[in-house]
Design a protein. Structure first.
Lengths: 317, 221, 246
């Protein structure tokens, strides 16, 4: 078992009392997200590092040509690898989410990992953010396999939101080599010969996580009508550990829910949940804008480079 | 040609660093000494090193386990193992950009060893000796090229990696060397000599980076 | 897919129900008196689930080396979804992430509903077996666990009842079967007692945000009806027990 993350009673009380007074330890408002920083690594396509405060997640997208699955000959393959290593926090253990534990295991970090990977899977893959049909090259014989490898570097709460942004911006940034199909033969062009082509992304799902705190006793939560549970956005590690429940909702810009999960925890009135949803949709719009801006800036830098290269070739002639 | 590094960038682990040279980039973390996590790993007289290497794409395979055994060889000689009896030291390596084709491991291993060294210093793990790694290739004309690019690596006849211990600012004893390809004994000796010089040339920069970090850590004193 | 008409213009669904009709709900408690401390059997339409609860018991008797918690019980929930429960006899991997996820969700859900401090340093082991699956896996499991916990005499704050709600075009449909579940976007919601408070929500498909409110309100209504039905059964069983004792 990985290390347990113990928080002293004093610290717990301090955080909770502060929250009751609408103050968070890092000075944010309850409904304020941490600074999202999207860094595209300049060396290649589709390698992005996202930081959400001190939470850091990298995502690297790669492609290869493989045989499609037997039962889906017209579709490409898209995989997300979200294995969490102890690098981000000794709280996580090597290979805990993969094997070696039974269903219903009590190791809380294994649970955490399963939930995180399932949520990313549902948000991005099941919601068809990437058009897998466009990855087909020769039906039943050849298709693109796109894989997104998540690298969890530093854990300070809210891995789901950070990794969702990371996967989506990496996919948007990624370019696969251009190909030409003649019958069953496929010619793959080197990136120097032909401009590589972007993937076809249908929509951009963004996750927002809310954490719940209870200022009253648990009986009031179940029976009472106060409905004054504290709701905060984008909890950091300490808040995440102390919170009594969380809800992650994944939306895209078209006001569609791609995935939503409130796994037990505090009971929250339906009207409060609706408020969360509409607030999330506002945040999603901002974040989508942000991703597009970062990509635009990067594209500008990159076209300058290619133009320079072309000019140089021209001069050499 | 030089290297870039950032030390102590992760805050959930005891020591961490990134290391980048010639398009190869890794990030490593060290946590420890920890309570042993699995009883069967406990060693009564020395530390247990829990090393895992994750590639930039795909999941760990035999290639990574191969790198793990090599890295373990270096670390078992350099970490003060007796000092951490019945403890565990967790070393995580995440490759960010391999900088070489899949069939080679030299550049990655070089970057990993150096990065782990910086992480160990950052994590305050006691070491028997300082060490540093470098790599080179011998090309078709019998010339030795230090820290090759991917292209040079592919055109080479043999490639080598050497890890030397460092004493008084000079490379001292050979800790680990690994070569692949066809080469003569003479060539290997020459390669080791060159590696020795190469490591010496790095020394001042390594020292500076480490000192800078220590200064930052002890900013209040 | 349009060979089936999921919702006819006359407002009749594929199995003849109206939009806000539940499937036939049947539940029983204490079905396995010798094998467990509490047990239940729930049938919602053609979905059938049995649930066994062992506990509260000493943590040392647990299957895995579980850690004692000073202020709450260790709750372990496992879900068996055997191949015979579905039409497709597909072999599932032993560590199915989907089932693990469901069991984690259920565990977190009941950890807030059980009166925790009554069961400190003990273990409650819940096993759910799906006998036949026809939609609403999470919902049926949730209802079955509630009943089994009641049968085991474990104190709960209130019932947790769950139901699925789907969206067909503009209409919200209550309690989907598996045919509807395949084609429609749906959410599973769980409600505590007679309140409007949601304990669990799970949505795995794309769904317009402005329809969510309608789905949730229909779902809450459905949950309350289910809670009523479960309550009737529990009271009936209790009355029978009492009459036998006298």
């Amino acid at each position: 078992m990985g290390l347990d993350y113990d928080i002293s009673t004093n610290e717990q009380n301090f955080v909770l009392e502060a929250l009751k007074q609408d103050v968070r330890l890092d000075g944010r408002k309850l409904n304020e997200m941490r600074e999202v920083n999207i860094k595209i690594l300049p060396s290649e396509y589709g390698h992005v590092e996202v930081s959400l405060g001190r939470t850091r997640v990298g995502c690297k997208v790669s492609s290869e040509i493989v045989k499609p699955y037997e039962d889906r000959p017209f579709e490409g393959i898209f995989m997300i690898n979200s294995e969490i290593s102890p690098m981000c926090s000794p709280f996580f253990e090597v290979g805990a989410g993969g094997s070696g534990y039974g269903v219903g295991s009590n190791s809380s970090q294994a649970n955490e990992e399963v939930l995180i990977s399932r949520m990313i899977e549902k948000a991005v893959r099941r919601s068809n953010a990437l058009d897998v049909e466009s990855l087909c090259i020769v039906a039943g014989k050849k298709c693109w396999a796109i894989r997104a490898d998540l690298q969890f570097l530093n854990y300070d709460g809210n891995f789901v939101d950070a990794s969702c942004i990371a996967v989506m911006s990496a996919l948007l940034h990624f370019r696969k080599p251009d190909i030409e199909v003649a019958g069953e033969d496929v010619v793959v062009y080197d990136t120097n010969q032909r401009e590589p082509v972007p993937l076809s992304i249908l929509h951009i799902p963004i996750s927002i996580t809310f954490n719940y705190f209870n200022p009253n006793g648990s009986e009031e939560n179940i029976k009472g009508d106060l409905n004054n549970e504290l709701i905060l956005v984008d909890a950091d590690l300490l808040e995440e550990r102390l919170s009594l429940g969380s809800m992650t909702i994944t939306l895209n810009k078209n006001q569609e829910i791609c995935q939503m999960m409130k796994s037990g925890g505090l009971n929250i009135d339906a009207s409060l949940i609706m408020n969360c949803c509409s607030y999330a949709s506002k945040l999603v719009d901002e974040l989508t804008e942000k991703i597009h801006n970062v990509l635009k800036q990067d594209a500008a830098v990159r076209t300058n480079k290619t133009e320079e290269k072309e000019l140089r070739v021209f001069n050499e002639r | 040609m030089s290297f870039q590094t950032e030390i102590g960038l992760l805050d959930q682990v005891d020591g961490s660093s990134t290391f980048e040279f010639a398009t190869t980039k890794v990030i490593t973390s060290v946590a420890g000494p920890l309570e042993i996590t699995r009883m069967k790993n406990e060693k009564p007289t020395e530390a247990f090193l829990d090393i895992s290497i994750k590639p930039a794409t795909d999941v760990s395979s035999t290639r990574e386990s191969f790198l793990v055994t090599k890295l373990a060889k270096v670390l078992q000689k350099t970490i003060d193992m007796d000092k951490y009896a019945r403890r565990e030291i967790q070393i995580m390596v995440q490759l960010l950009s391999p900088g070489e084709s899949e069939e080679y491991t030299v550049k990655e291993l070089t970057a990993i060893v150096n990065s782990v060294y910086l992480s160990l210093l950052n994590g305050g793990i006691s070491l028997r000796t300082s060490f540093w790694a470098t790599c080179c290739v011998i090309d078709g004309n019998g010339e030795i090229l230090m820290r090759p690019t991917n292209k040079q690596l592919r055109q080479s006849v043999s490639h080598h990696i050497a890890v030397f211990s460092i004493k008084d600012g000079k490379s001292d004893a050979l800790i680990f060397s690994d070569s692949k390809g066809s080469f003569s004994e003479n060539e290997l000796l020459k390669v080791l000599d060159r590696c020795c010089d190469d490591i010496d040339s790095f020394n001042s920069k390594v020292k500076k980076v480490v000192l800078d970090r220590v200064k930052r850590d002890y900013i209040w004193s | 897919m349009s060979r089936f008409e999921l919702y006819s213009p006359e407002g009749i669904r594929i199995d003849g129900r109206r939009w806000n009709e539940l499937r036939q709900f049947h539940c029983q408690t204490n079905t396995h008196p010798n094998a467990s401390d509490g047990s239940s059997y729930v049938r919602q339409g053609n979905s059938e689930v049995i649930c066994l609860v062992k506990g509260p018991m000493d943590t040392t008797y647990g299957s895995s080396s579980t850690k004692q918690l000073p202020d709450s019980p260790v709750l372990s929930i496992s879900i068996n979804h055997p191949a015979f429960a579905t039409m497709e006899r597909k072999k599932r991997p032993r560590n199915d992430k989907r089932l693990t996820e469901l069991s984690i969700i259920l565990k977190r859900c009941f950890l807030k509903t059980i009166v925790l401090h009554n069961f400190a340093r003990s273990l409650i082991e819940v096993t759910v077996t799906v006998l036949s699956f026809d939609g609403g896996l999470l919902a049926t499991c949730c209802n079955a666990i509630t009943l089994a916990l009641i049968d085991a005499g474990i104190s709960l704050y209130d019932y947790v009842s769950a139901v699925t709600v789907g969206l067909y075009d503009q209409t919200a449909l209550l309690d989907l079967n598996s045919l509807e579940e395949i084609d429609l976007s749906f959410i599973t919601i769980g409600v505590v007692g007679d309140s409007d408070k949601l304990n669990l929500i799970l949505c795995e498909d794309r769904l317009p945000l402005d329809k969510l409110e309608r789905l949730i309100s229909l779902g809450i209504e459905g949950c309350h009806r289910l809670k009523g039905l479960m309550n009737d059964t529990v009271r009936q069983v209790g009355a029978d027990l009492l009459s036998k004792k006298q």
